[in-house]
Ligand binder design. Structure first.
Ligand code: MG
Length: 290
């Protein structure tokens, strides 16, 4: 079993630390089924009071993330669609060395592949592998509602994608070995086309050569300023979070709704939050920061 550590304090004196918190949404800050974050309110309030940047880093689309960012009163950057795009509000962070496009009030650093191309390649991969996959772009809003438990409005926002195609195997479930063999076929077909497959809490995702870790690295670099020691914290629940967790100082894994942790053997020194989703998030964050 790989090593994990208990909740630890920031090593430099706390007044020299600048915390930067990256968090996944579904199944992590948001409850897997209800998409609520009320169990994390104590820690969220503490973070707001301490003015610690809280960077939402999700497989969700920009409009879905904006919904939560607004509700939470956040003005920090965010990362959409599994690291495909970093949205930085204009007026913060020095981005003069970065290549970005302007979108509304954001500077957007694009790391992903455009959705039109992802959809074309998804069709090509299906034809090549013969696997029966159903992608978000092929589903009605009602189907997305049924699969996700989202309300219709949020399901519609989830379908407004820019860089990634969430999908399921139509004839799942099968035996684990069978699943692994099919995934291996898919990954080969994706890789040939410069794409990757990653796995979130509910869906697989066909994405470009991006991941949450690359996006986290970019934001960490932009935040590194005037002699402060940057202490980055990352919180997640699923394999698509591992690249993020590998690129922060303090990686935290919350329990999935069945009470188990995603197999984290590739993430070093991970802190195992003592509870499921937002409850685990709350306790881990408060134990770390207070
Ligand atoms: Mg998740």
């Amino acid at each position: 079993m790989p090593s994990s550590s208990s909740i630890q304090e920031c090593k430099p004196p706390p007044d020299k630390c600048r915390y930067l918190i990256f968090t996944d949404l579904d199944g992590t800050l948001l409850d897997h089924d209800t998409y609520e974050y009320r169990d994390a309110l104590e820690a969220l309030n503490y973070i707001r009071h301490q003015r610690i940047p809280l960077i939402l880093c999700s497989s969700k689309t920009k409009t879905e993330i904006e919904h939560y960012r607004k509700e939470l009163g956040l003005e920090d950057p965010f990362i959409a669609e599994n690291g495909a795009a970093v949205f930085i509000p204009k007026g913060i962070l020095d981005t003069r060395d970065m290549t970005f496009v302007e979108y509304r009030d954001y500077k957007v650093i694009e790391l992903g592949t455009r959705y039109s191309r992802i959809k074309d390649l998804f069709a090509a991969i299906k034809a090549e592998t013969g696997l029966k996959l159903s992608g978000f772009s092929e589903m009605s809003v009602d189907q997305v509602v049924e699969l996700t438990g989202l309300g219709r409005d949020m399901a519609a926002l989830a379908q407004q994608r820019d860089y990634s195609e969430p999908f399921l195997f139509e004839d799942a479930p099968w035996r684990v070995l069978e699943e692994e063999a099919r995934l291996a076929d898919l990954e080969r077909a994706a890789e040939k086309r410069g794409l990757k497959i990653t796995r979130g809490g509910r869906f697989y995702h066909l994405i470009g050569d991006n991941d949450k870790g690359k996006a986290v690295q970019i934001l960490k670099k932009l935040y590194e300023t005037e002699g402060q020691v940057l202490v980055s914290v990352g919180l997640g629940d699923s394999p698509n979070d591992f690249p993020m967790l590998k690129n922060v100082d303090i990686p935290v894994l919350v329990k999935k709704k069945d009470g188990q942790y995603a197999p984290w053997s590739t993430v070093k020194k991970v802190i195992l939050a003592p509870d499921v989703g937002p409850k685990g998030w709350n306790r881990a964050v408060l134990n770390l920061l207070r």
